[in-house]
Design a protein around this ligand. Structure first.
Ligand code: NAD
Length: 348
């Protein structure tokens, strides 16, 4: 029997899920529920079944999965309620607002024997998969610094994302993706230290951006930055190794690798600047470097759902584990702590 899923919260993301799922054989969308009548009307217009309420949705014996796509503060009660009603749960990110809340959710998953997983869809981002491939190839030599940024110039959307009690702010919104990706670049490494700052440029209630330096025990520093007042966006990724540098400019995968080629440069020609000359900062001579296109990795984000159904059928291991989700939650808490005390905090 095909897996069938009911969607709680038919807002921007709930509608995205419904559209994506309709391109797949399973899980089939059984129906949706939202508190707002206008969202239910839209769902009906799109020929989706509309439940009469949360309890009606949970009573549907024809579903084995529930997707929670509501604002962040309601993930925990809805996910717990759904697991207690016998449903497996896919929760939107961030799974919830704190490690304490997450532990409660994990306990209910264990008690009920229902799957709880999180839509960490940006693991399928092609820019992330490409930078990971570059690092794995060893072409840059020993890596020492990675920079991961997303930067917009619209501030935070003026909805629940601006409310702390709803789980607003950019650490929970984008940080959860970028920190998850960062941890997957060096799966064996521990994060020893975290130093973070937050911004409040467009509002004073929640962070509208942050910067976090993760000091890894393999000697690499990973800088993760999210900004919403950046009228010139810096590259999505920069990776530096002893023998080369990679830049991925954007989600369209513009960028390049520049690597040392052949012998070291000896007779460096100095650069003349307005106020003096420098050999140290002169560009490498062309015959001692090689420039390569990015080894672009393509992906299909629907592999997320395929892995969920294959996990339920016992055919695959789950890709997004609760241990990983819990580690990212603790890391977000360390980012908040470091920014509050303006100090480096130890992590692992
Ligand atoms: P949204 O405001 O567009 O939609 C939320 C919807 O939930 C609204 O229609 C609201 O009426 C409904 N809702 C609120 N409480 C409810 C309840 N108790 N029962 C039923 N419906 C309820 O927000 P959004 O942008 O769709 O975000 C929803 C979730 O998806 C958030 O957790 C967000 O972080 C996540 N999200 C994830 C991604 C991603 O790429 N993974 C992208 C955007 C949003």
């Amino acid at each position: 029997m095909a897996h069938r899923i009911a969607i709680i919260g038919y807002g921007g993301m709930g509608a995205w899920h419904a559209d994506e799922l309709q391109t797949m054989e399973e899980p089939q969308v059984a129906g949706v529920w939202d508190l707002k009548p206008e969202r239910l009307a839209l769902a009906a217009e799109k020929r989706l079944h509309v439940y009469g309420g949360l309890e009606d949705l949970l009573r549907d014996a024809g579903t084995d999965l529930v997707l929670v796509a509501t604002p962040n503060d309601s993930h925990k009660p809805l996910a717990i309620r759904a697991m207690q009603a016998g449903k497996n749960v896919i929760c939107e990110k961030p799974v919830t607002l704190s490690s304490g809340d997450l532990n409660e959710m994990i306990a209910v998953s264990a008690q009920t024997g229902r799957l709880l997983t999180v839509h960490q869809n940006r693991r399928w981002d092609e820019d992330f998969l490409t930078i990971r491939k570059i690092l794995e190839s060893g072409e840059l030599g020993a890596p020492f610094r990675i920079e991961s940024r997303v930067q917009g110039a619209h501030g935070i959307p003026g909805d629940w994302r601006q409310m702390p009690e709803k789980g607003g702010g950019m650490i929970l919104d984008w940080g959860v993706h970028l920190l998850d990706q960062a941890l997957l670049l060096f799966p064996e490494a521990k994060v020893e230290t975290v130093y973070a700052t937050v911004t409040n440029i467009t509002n004073q209630k929640v962070d509208d951006g942050f910067s976090a330096d993760l000091g890894m025990d393999n000697g690499v520093h990973i800088l993760v930055e999210v900004g919403t007042s950046n009228f010139i966006a810096l590259p999505r990724w920069v990776a530096l190794g002893a023998d080369g540098t990679a830049v991925i400019e954007d989600w369209q995968l513009n960028g390049r690798l520049v690597c040392a080629h052949g012998r070291d440069e000896t007779d460096v020609a100095p650069v003349i600047t307005a106020a003096g000359l420098t050999k140290t900062m002169a560009p490498r001579r062309r015959d001692t470097i090689a420039t390569y296109p990015l080894p672009a990795v393509r992906s299909d984000v629907r592999d997320f759902y395929r892995n969920v159904t294959a996990t339920l059928d016992g055919r695959e291991e789950r890709l997004i584990t609760l241990e990983q989700v819990a580690r990212v939650m603790r890391l977000m808490e360390a980012v908040v702590r470091s920014a509050a005390v303006r100090q480096v905090v130890p992590f692992e």
